[in-house]
Design a protein around this ligand. Structure first.
Ligand SMILES: [Cu+2]
Length: 291
């Protein structure tokens, strides 16, 4: 029995897959929506989504990570505004345009939401995970504050009804004197509001890689994390340098000790952001791993 189990600490199996480009042509109601389907799934499923060849390895050849493109597979992300005043709360709106050029109004639910919006500054010194409201005309709106001047990346992680799972990205700017922070050094422990969160495992390039997370407070393991987005936490990984987006989530049906990550074959450094809920509040821990 490993340390995690022995301590009875929260531990979640985490599968890392790049959003999009490997969707399955059907809607699933279970805990593993098609966007998170493992690369080991039926090869024809990948071919259907993006025409990528499958080499029998963890990652389809020619696979492009999520979050790098503003349009893909006929869908286009269209922010209503891209320039915000720093430190000021805005009602930020955007559309996802479908293959017909019209705003998409019907979405599939994944992790309890129709769309997940992530916003991070380009130096990866911060992270916001938002759930905008969808108006009947297809307009997504959420309160958004860009805390400091700089350039930010927004990610819309969604699957339109009948469409592929995608993560589209666009840049947002907050005017002013931008003072980027250096990329944080490798770090597996994060302190947030008195919680100590620790990440175990490696981002092994091109290989299924185990990851697990433990949360403790005042030296005691936290064994009663609350469900958040249908799981015991939510993890996003952003690649240093280009801010490619990986979606990471607990493995369904795993009981604490089997964890899996699908990491792109090229080496890179990643900033990981783990949202967890305890005492009715969602907090974010962050880590840096090299792969
Ligand atoms: Cu979300």
């Amino acid at each position: 029995m490993n340390t995690v189990t022995k301590l009875g600490v929260f531990a979640a199996g985490l599968a890392v897959v790049f959003g999009g480009a490997h969707a399955v042509g059907q809607t699933q109601e279970d805990d593993l929506p098609r966007r998170y389907a493992d690369y080991s799934a039926e090869p024809e499923e990948h071919a259907e989504a993006g025409g990528h060849a499958h080499e029998g390895s963890a990652e389809p050849a020619g696979h492009v990570p999520g979050g790098l493109q503003i349009s893909q597979d006929g869908y286009r992300l269209r922010p209503v505004t891209t320039t915000l005043k720093p430190g000021e709360r805005h009602d930020f709106s955007f559309h996802v345009l479908g293959p017909d050029g019209e705003p998409v109004t019907a979405y599939q639910v994944a992790h309890e939401k129709k769309l997940h919006l992530i916003v991070a500054p380009r130096d990866l010194g911060g992270f916001q995970h938002l759930h905008p409201e969808l108006a009947p005309d297809g307009t997504w709106t959420t309160p958004l504050t860009l805390p400091e001047p700089g350039t930010y990346r927004m990610y819309a992680d969604f699957a339109a009804e009948g469409g592929p799972a995608l993560t589209l990205g666009a840049d947002l700017t907050a005017q002013g004197d931008f003072r980027p922070d250096p990329f944080p050094e490798t770090s597996r422990t994060s302190e947030v509001d008195g919680y100590t969160v620790t990440l175990q495992g490696e981002m092994n390039p091109g290989q299924p890689s185990p990851l697990s997370i433990t949360v403790s407070k005042d030296g005691e393991p936290v064994g009663d994390l609350e469900p958040y987005l249908g799981a015991q936490g939510h993890l996003v990984a952003l690649r240093a340098g280009d801010l490619a987006y990986l979606h990471v989530h607990p493995m369904s049906g795993m009981t604490g000790v089997v964890f899996m990550a699908e990491v792109p074959r090229e080496g890179g450094s990643y900033r990981l952001f783990f949202d967890f809920k305890h005492g009715g509040e969602v907090r974010t821990a962050s880590f840096t791993l090299a792969g």
